[in-house]
Design a protein around this ligand. Structure first.
Ligand SMILES: Nc1nc2c(c(=O)[nH]1)N[C@H]1C(S)=C(S)[C@@H](COP(=O)(O)O)O[C@H]1N2
Ligand SMILES: [Mo]
Length: 527
């Protein structure tokens, strides 16, 4: 038994050393081609929409580490089996490890924007994994010597027949001592850790800073009014700090783009193809806008919403450089640096709303997680049909001709953000004191703006809440209601009304395929 475990450990260690080496090479070349990430990304893309929705809802932003962990567990189980097989037939064990790396290599090659270079990390994993496994067995074979050839098979049969392990066999001269085994496993563990550490370091260095100087906006936004957060503890800040801004995307590693070599291509149904460098873009007329972004996967009352001040070039201005034919194309297919596509209805570029090609967020360059160096921001549409991050190309085309990532997965192609509100405080199921209590939260109706928010306690009448400051119709409003809490359990609900007079619907819808609806109602205990 112990020997089997050791053999499995050899397989696992060889694979870990191989994967660490591959990760290091990937960090130096194509980070997303690292074997685990290539497999993980493919799993994400193949996951059916309902499962994906469930994962986002259940694990939130931990969905990525959980996915990578699951891939690792499966790979390491197979690696353990390869290690045990290698004890009998080293070449077969090595073939299994090489096979695992080959699968990762093929998946890396199948990624949307992959080139031959994407094969290199998996090739390194295969080579290093194979050499490590061979090295471990050569240096410290945990089992007594096994002959090669017919007697090998015989030994296996004997062992199987008697159902006992080889440690009962006569010790032989080539059997590794406990000490050599310890040195071998320790050495391989250290090697894996050291190489993985180097990979991490390389990534950190390559990531570099995003603190590039941004020109000032020609069309500045007025100073943001002071929000309610100092008065109402627990309410969302009027402006979401970049570090707290929700992140939703399919990228397992944050794409690292070098701003000097980045460019944006506008092609497809245009008068002339245009390619803009970052300096070209930053040299255009820049505007500053306060816009609240929302994810279609946000459940009623959920966390995937954030409000920021964006700096960018009006989408219309960039399209005008290329010259667009508004009778042909009906969508802008945006492509990110990894080949991921997000489509935007062309009409949002033309209807006068503040659709931006953004280069700045809250006074800084875009953080890497939020699309450095350039992303799209379109007020009023959920992020999955508008907010392409790490954008490198915009193609003017039709929905008939080309499908974006989420369209292939049956999500809506045009998805306006639904009127909604969220209770930030008190927290669901919290225990509060009796007496004066602030109920507070945010409400949004991008495009039309919020006219009012109402609160309902224990199924009673809807009562008007007070609104926080107004920073434009594309931006959320904070709201609060002063409540005299009495002992016992209470139910608190909120609903918003937009400036057109539409009231937030009580009809429940799940996020798929065009966003959630319904009314949030929370239970709290008082006294
Ligand atoms: N390249 C790329 N852009 C993307 C996505 C993505 O997966 N890849 N996800 C979109 C979705 S679903 C949303 S809600 C927003 C979220 O933007 P944020 O992460 O900056 O909050 O980005 C959008 N842009
Ligand atoms: Mo989203």
């Amino acid at each position: 038994m112990l020997i089997r475990l050791l053999q499995a450990l050899y397989g696992v260690l060889a694979t870990l050393v191989g994967m660490a080496a591959a990760h290091l090479v990937a960090a130096l070349t194509v980070p997303a081609a690292s074997p685990v990430l290539a497999v993980g990304s493919t799993v994400i893309d193949l996951t059916p929409t309902p499962v994906k929705e469930w994962a986002i809802r259940t694990f939130g932003t931990a969905d990525k580490p959980i996915l990578i962990g699951s891939v690792l567990v499966v790979v390491l189980i197979l690696a353990g089996i390869a290690g045990i097989v290698a004890a009998r037939r080293l070449t077969l064990g090595i073939t299994m490890i090489v096979g695992l790396a080959a699968i990762a290599g093929v998946l890396a090659l199948l990624r949307p924007s992959a080139g031959v270079l994407d094969l290199v990390p998996s090739a390194v994993a295969a080579l290093v994994g194979a050499l490590t496994l061979a090295g471990l067995y050569r240096f410290a074979d945990p089992a007594p010597a096994h002959a090669v050839g017919p007697s090998d098979a015989m030994a296996a049969r004997t062992e199987g027949d008697h159902g006992h392990d080889v440690d009962h066999a006569e010790p032989t001269t080539t059997s590794a001592s406990r000490r050599t085994v310890l040195i071998a496993t320790g050495g391989a563990t250290l090697a894996a850790a050291a190489i993985a550490g180097a990979g991490r370091w390389v990534t950190q260095v390559r990531l570099g800073g995003t603190d590039i100087a941004l020109p000032a906006a020609a069309d500045k936004a007025a100073a943001l009014p002071t929000g309610l957060e100092e008065r109402i503890p627990g309410i969302s800040a009027f402006r979401t700090p970049n570090d707290d801004f929700y992140r939703v995307d399919t990228a397992l590693t944050v794409p690292t783009i070098d701003v000097d070599s980045w460019s944006l291509t506008i092609d497809g149904d245009v008068d002339q193809e245009v390619e803009l460098s970052f300096d070209d873009l930053a040299g255009m007329r820049l505007v500053e806008r306060d816009i609240t972004l929302t994810c279609v996967s946000n459940d009623v009352g959920g966390p995937y919403i954030g409000a920021a001040r964006w700096l960018g070039v009006p989408l219309r201005d960039v399209l005008d450089q290329a010259g667009i034919d508004t009778t042909g194309a009906d969508q802008i297919l945006c492509t990110d640096v990894d080949g991921m596509t997000i489509s935007v209805p062309l009409k949002v570029a033309l209807d006068g709303r503040d659709a931006l090609i953004a280069i700045g967020m809250n006074g800084e360059a875009l953080p890497r997680e939020h699309g450095f160096p350039v992303r799209m921001v379109v007020p009023g549409l959920y992020g999955f049909v508008s907010a392409c991050k790490w954008m490198v190309k915009m193609t003017l085309t039709t929905y008939d001709e080309q499908e974006a990532y989420w369209t292939e997965r049956d999500w809506a192609i045009d998805a306006p953000i639904k009127l909604s509100s969220r209770i930030d405080t008190p927290k669901p199921l919290s225990n509060g004191d009796t007496g004066k209590t602030f109920i507070g939260g945010v409400a949004w109706a991008q495009g039309s703006g919020i006219k009012g928010v109402e609160v309902r306690i224990d199924g009673g009448p809807w009562q008007a809440a007070e609104l926080g400051p107004d920073a434009g119709d594309d931006y959320w409003r904070q709201w609060f209601y002063e409540w005299d809490a009495e002992p016992g359990q209470h139910f608190i609900a909120s609903r918003a009304t937009n400036k057109d007079g539409d009231v937030q619907t009580a009809v429940r819808a799940r996020p798929f395929p065009e966003g959630s609806s319904g009314i949030q109602e929370i239970a709290v205990n008082v006294g």
